[in-house]
Design a protein around this ligand. Structure first.
Ligand SMILES: C[S@@+](CC[C@H](N)C(=O)[O-])C[C@H]1O[C@@H](n2cnc3c(N)ncnc32)[C@H](O)[C@@H]1O
Length: 208
């Protein structure tokens, strides 16, 4: 049987993890920073945060886009989104729109300048979700993604970490050799950086 979890299990898992999610992700903050930096955002940009979770990337995005910019966070877990909403209210941000929906069903009328995928492997593996995202982006929009990927076969501790992290949290773990491939197939010209040991990749590029 292919490892990985079912969608209802993913929703149940994020219901449980929502209160501690920000703490769990603390060690990965440098990767989030690197990913947001690769979006090369400018003041006034509109950016989609796909699977935005608790809104951990919002502050980094705000610092770049400023009050004239716009964040559209799309998230299917009510509990994760509730935390994002609380963050937005606590910060008094008026330029954040939160959409409670699976990305593959989400609708947003505008055309964004950028799209961010931070640890959202399951979204990246769904062509229907990626078609939606591309439909919400202007031509030439920037896209950046960070996530898990296998290391080289000899990097056993790295691969053990990837296996452990992926098999308890992802719907699909069978594309971890090239998790960015469907994004490229959807029409994004990507540069990939996996580092020598793999484990985590950074991908960024533009909608062709
Ligand atoms: C590992 S968390 C990443 C959260 C956030 N991007 C971050 O910055 O840490 C993955 C998130 O994607 C959400 N997610 C997974 N599949 C989704 C889908 N099809 N549509 C919307 N959200 C989804 C999950 O509910 C979860 O909040």
């Amino acid at each position: 049987m292919r490892p990985g979890i079912q969608r209802h299990q993913a929703l149940a898992q994020y219901r449980r993890r929502a209160p501690v999610y920000d703490l769990e992700l603390l060690a990965f903050e440098p990767w989030r920073h690197a990913c947001v930096q690769r979006l090369a955002l400018r003041p006034g940009d509109a950016v989609l945060d796909l699977g935005c979770g608790t809104g951990l990337s919002f502050d980094l995005l705000q610092r770049r886009i400023g009050p004239a910019g716009r964040i559209v966070g799309i998230e299917q877990s009510a509990e994760m989104l509730a935390r994002a909403r609380h963050r937005v209210q606590a910060e008094g941000w008026r330029n954040v729109e939160l959409i409670h929906a699976p990305v593959e069903e989400a609708a947003w009328a505008g055309r964004a300048d950028a799209a961010l995928f931070v640890f959202t492997h399951d979204i990246l593996q769904q062509p229907s979700a990626l078609r939606r995202v591309i439909g919400m982006l202007r031509q030439g929009a920037r896209v950046a993604s960070v996530g898990l990927t296998w290391g080289p076969p000899w990097a056993l501790p790295v691969n053990a970490f990837v296996w452990a992290a992926a098999s308890h949290s992802l719907l699909q773990i069978d594309a971890l050799d090239r998790p960015w491939q469907r994004l490229a197939d959807a029409g994004v010209d990507l540069d990939i950086d996996c580092g020598p040991l793999g484990g985590i990749y950074l991908a960024h590029g533009r909608v062709a």
